[in-house]
Ligand binder design. Structure first.
Ligand SMILES: Nc1ncnc2c1ncn2[C@@H]1O[C@H](COP(=O)(O)OP(=O)(O)O)[C@@H](O)[C@H]1O
Ligand SMILES: [Mg+2]
Length: 425
């Protein structure tokens, strides 16, 4: 039996850092999460580093805290990138097989994928993922693995993720200043999608919504792979702001009230059971919630049902934006079968999934990490899902000196390609 490999991921969230450490057992291809920690970070905003020193300090803190938890030393970090500077698009590549034998080799596959990187992108951007979606051999679509087959024209459809070069460099600086090495950059939205969305949902077609603090990410999967992603610069922190105004209290009090008592469900006359992430609790709309007013001393009360009045318009605004992005993608019909999978810290609010379902007009469910073992805390709160997803996201990348970024197969028909591609790259 081989020794489990220790891996650590850091999610550069929209205003916080989340670090997760796991052991990957190579025999079972299974991840066990052994540590997670969350740290607010004033050095990042919307996933973008705005202050390197502050960010480096928070990185040190969050990593030290998980090191303590799992009694291990961490040297390198897999880095989850996010923010509106990330952009994705679909692209196409083709090569002619000029040899006489015409048998497709691993090298041909590597070459056709590589050829897609010749796409013109602006000089301030870099490609971080090239995700093969579909191979086409002599005009025959849907070839899962062309190696060993015969053909003279090999084509590939890919999904390309790019990120702003200066944003990436600032992230690398912060991580290096904190004394850690970088294993590879991964688009955080894809990492969370990989563990909360099932392969069946990806095959059927579905929408992933990651409701974070100051950003909301959405990804559309069809035919087993990701086809569209978008980051909307608004998230669940806007609900906190609304509550702070409405209740005339501080942001920290408003956040506490929101996370403990907030509901996105229209209050009925009597007590009802509400569900947040599979946990049921009683919701009494007339029950009082006590908080401290903005002066920091006066105790005030508000009925829990009243919180809904402050919360509902924002939830509606966010999901209306998600819906219009979904419609704009032109793939709105294709996500109906698999429905929406909603994750991120904001998805914890009772009633939110139902509210989203109504606005998006497709069935929705709550998304938590699947097929991962370890700390229950890490697996039951969606705030940790991206960091945990980084551990499971297997790329056959070659991040390092060459600055050749990771490539990743999105599973399904590409699962079996992992092995041979890893031999090539
Ligand atoms: N139990 C909860 N109920 C409602 N909102 C929550 C809850 N827990 C966290 N949140 C909210 O989720 C947001 C953070 O989401 P998260 O995915 O952790 O952040 P990030 O954007 O950094 O990825 C914050 O607005 C936070 O207040
Ligand atoms: Mg998140």
């Amino acid at each position: 039996m081989s020794k489990p490999e220790l891996i650590a991921g850091i999610d550069m969230g929209s205003g916080q850092l989340v670090c997760a450490v796991g052991r990957r057992n190579p025999d079972q291809d299974q991840i066990e999460v052994v540590g997670v920690s969350k740290q607010p970070c004033r050095g990042i905003k919307g996933g973008v580093v705005i202050n390197i020193d502050e960010t480096a300090l928070s990185i040190t803190r969050v990593v030290e805290s998980v090191e303590e938890q799992c009694k291990e030393t961490i040297r390198d970090l897999i880095v989850g990138i996010r923010g509106s500077h990330t952009q994705t698009f679909n692209h196409h590549g083709a090569i002619n097989i000029a040899r006489t034998d015409k048998e497709i080799t691993n090298e041909d596959v590597a070459q056709v994928i590589e050829s897609t990187k010749a796409v013109p992108i602006s000089t301030d951007r870099e490609i971080i993922h090239v995700i093969p979606q579909d191979f086409v051999l002599d005009r025959q679509q849907g070839v899962p693995n062309p190696v060993g087959m015969e053909g003279s024209l090999l084509e590939v459809e890919v999904h390309i993720v790019t990120a702003g070069t200066s944003h990436l460099n600032n992230v690398w600086r912060a991580i290096n200043n904190a004394g850690f090495g970088i294993r590879e950059p991964i688009y955080g939205l894809l990492a969370v999608g990989d563990i909360v969305v099932t392969q069946e949902e990806k095959d059927l077609g579905c929408l992933l919504v990651d409701l974070g603090g100051s950003t909301t990410g959405l990804a559309i999967y069809t035919d087993g792979g990701v086809k569209f992603t978008k980051e909307i610069p608004i998230g669940a922190d806007s609900i906190t702001n609304d509550l702070a105004h409405g209740l005339r209290t501080s942001l920290s009090q408003a956040k506490m009230v929101k996370e403990k008592y907030g509901v996105a469900i229209r209050p009925a006359k009597k007590k009802v059971l509400v569900t947040s992430a599979g946990v049921e609790e009683e919701f009494d709309p007339e029950g009082d919630v006590t908080y401290t007013s903005v002066d920091g001393r006066t105790q005030r009360q508000v009925q829990r049902g009243t919180l809904y009045e402050f919360i509902a318009p924002r939830v509606e605004e966010i999901f209306t934006m998600v819906k219009s992005e979904m419609d704009r993608s032109g793939m709105e019909e294709q996500v109906v079968a698999g429905g929406a999978v909603i994750t991120g810290g904001g998805s914890m609010m009772p009633g939110l999934i139902n509210a989203a379902e109504k606005i998006l007009e497709i069935p929705a469910r709550h998304g938590l990490p699947q097929n991962i073992t370890g700390l229950p805390e890490a697996l039951s709160h969606p705030s940790y899902a991206t960091a945990v997803g980084l551990l499971a996201f297997q790329s056959y990348g070659d991040w390092g000196r060459s600055h050749k970024y990771a490539r990743k197969s999105s599973g399904g028909i590409f699962e079996n390609m992992k092995k041979f591609l890893s031999e090539v790259f």
